[in-house]
Design a protein around this ligand. Structure first.
Ligand code: PFF
Length: 539
């Protein structure tokens, strides 16, 4: 085999595995749950779980697949004996895949709705009727007042600022000069926030809004001021449009079935070579753009320190669960992918690449979204479940090409989602082919239709059904699948096959001992602590 072929094989494996790992979990879910759990500590814990549990379990899954050359069920038997009870982990994986894909497909559908909206130019301007309606609404009036307030205060002189504060009873008689200076620094943010706190924002907002209203460019100003609110209501309207949600869910499942049944995966793999780098480039570009936009670095600060009041015992379980979700672990997907791995690949080194790429995309996604939320003064509803869709278009339309850029971005989200969806349905399809002796297209069709029907309640009751199902899958089923795999790889499986993977250039020999200790002891103890804590705090 020539050197070049060897490399393209190795990279293809990494691309396929990273394609499964990188998906809605990174772009949609991680920013959203980090937001809901108050950033900071949550993000730190997530990274801790990724390194401590995610990496060793990723290595285990890939090594098991590579060593046995078979999917989950076969891999457990080959390494643990024909009658090993661990072969049931395979069934758990199939059940988890069915449930996960049922709602994953619904969210993947959102990306198609947004590409359709981009084609319709819906992000470029607010239609006149909608604009009037927003401007009259309570939230709209408030958005306009706040924007007027911030803008005018940014231009005000220090003595005007002082007057506003005195009039509002916010200034004690004799503040020292330096204290005044502190208050006036970043005054465009701080003073409106103070006024809001004291219930004086309305009064001053009205005064400033009247002033802005008489200016020439008020029409354009109002368009701009209402865009963040428009973005939010657009998303909320879409979520209440059941027909659209079901339609997109159907389209996604249809595409997934066609790809898996037709075996056009070769095409997907080639496409990945183009789309994955493109996704990386766009994400890096948008992250830099957002960081530059956010002069106060509020987004970055939220990621690093956040709001501890939103952190709870449940947050720990969510950080743990999401480490598995994001890396596609705990279901046997990586065992399956590992089984196609070439001899030129190393489970350990490749795992490091996949885990790093996945974590990089997650962190970047938060850094491209959070700053926009702060700069535009958005108020994400439903715990922030829509921030990938509500925040980004505001910036995306500003680049040359306007809607085209929005379109490209959401198409990439869609592709990232589809490459993960394929890996999910493949778990079920492989099971049906191997154990039920079905034909591939038959298996893909039956699995697809079943998952489609299972997903309908998620499409209809987004908040209740959907979030509970996601909690069950991400935070219970996947981690427990992962725990069982860790116990199997650490205690039960024949060690030679896995140990071989640690005999690679650049991997010190002692790492295998650490790896095994983590699987055997740390993982079960950590699970007992985290879930024990959750049960205690819930009870
Ligand atoms: N890792 C995927 C994501 O982050 O979007 C989701 C996923 C795919 C989870 C495959 C589990 C899985 F087996």
């Amino acid at each position: 085999m020539s050197k070049r072929e060897h490399w393209s094989g190795r990279i293809l494996f990494i691309l396929a595995a990273a394609g499964s790992a990188i998906g809605l979990g990174n772009l949609w879910k991680f920013p959203y749950i980090s937001w809901a759990n108050g950033g900071g500590l949550f993000v730190l814990l997530y990274i801790f779980f990724i390194i401590l549990l995610g990496l060793p379990i990723m290595i285990s899954e890939i090594a098991m697949g590579k060593a046995t050359g078979t999917g989950p069920a076969g891999a457990f038997r080959a390494l643990g004996g024909q009658k090993t009870p661990f072969r049931f982990v395979g069934y758990l994986g199939v059940a988890t895949a069915l449930l996960l894909l049922s709602y994953y497909s619904v969210v993947a559908g959102w990306s198609l709705e947004y590409t359709a909206k981009a084609i319709g130019g819906e992000f470029e301007s607010i239609p006149p009727a909608k604009l009037e309606q927003l401007a009259q609404s309570e939230a709209g009036i408030q958005a306009l007042q706040t924007k007027a307030l911030k803008q005018e205060i940014a231009f005000a002189t220090d003595s005007q600022k002082e007057e506003i504060l005195r009039d509002s009873g916010l200034l004690q008689a004799n503040l020292r000069d330096d204290e005044m200076q502190i208050l006036f620094r970043n005054s465009a943010e701080k003073i409106p926030a103070l006024l809001l706190e004291k219930g004086k924002a309305d009064e001053w907002g009205t005064i400033f809004l009247n002033k802005v209203q008489s200016s020439e460019d008020f029409v354009a100003w109002r368009q701009e001021a209402l865009k963040p609110l428009h973005s939010d209501t657009m998303f909320a309207d879409f979520l209440s449009d059941k027909t659209k949600l079901i339609t997109w869910h159907s389209v996604i499942m249809l595409i997934t079935i066609l790809i898996v049944a037709g075996g056009i995966k070769g095409g997907i793999e080639n496409a990945m070579k183009i789309f994955m780098p493109l996704l990386f480039i766009i994400i890096i570009f948008l992250t830099i753009n957002s960081l530059l936009l956010d002069k106060e670095q509020e987004g970055l600060r939220f990621l690093l320190w956040g709001d501890p009041s939103r952190f709870s015992a449940k947050s720990i379980v969510e950080a743990l669960g999401h480490a598995f979700f994001s890396l596609s672990l705990g279901m046997g997907v990586m065992i399956t992918y590992g089984s196609y791995m070439g001899r030129g690949n190393h489970a350990v080194k490749d795992s490091i690449w996949i885990v790093s790429a996945d974590t990089f995309v997650s962190i970047s996604a938060t850094l491209m979204i959070f700053p926009i939320i702060f700069v535009y003064g958005m108020q994400p509803t439903s715990g922030g479940a829509g921030i990938l869709f509500t925040a980004l278009p505001l910036e995306l339309v500003k680049f040359p090409g306007k809607s085209l850029f929005v379109f490209i971005f959401y198409i990439l989200v869609f592709i990232a989602a589809i490459t993960s969806a394929i890996s999910l349905i493949e778990v079920v399809v492989t099971y049906l082919i191997d154990e039920k002796k079905m034909k591939r297209y038959h298996a893909a069709l039956s699995a697809g239709i079943f998952i489609y029907l299972l997903g309908i309640p998620s499409a209809l009751w987004i908040s209740g059904f959907f979030t509970r199902l996601d909690f069950l899958v991400s935070n219970i089923l996947l981690p427990f699948g992962g725990l069982l795999i860790a116990i199997f790889a650490g205690w039960v499986a024949e060690q030679k096959a896995i140990e071989n993977e640690f005999h690679a250039k650049g991997i010190p020999a002692w790492t295998f001992a650490v790896y095994r200790f983590v699987l055997r002891i740390i993982t079960p103890v950590l699970f007992a602590a985290v879930f024990g804590h959750l049960l205690l705090s819930a009870g």
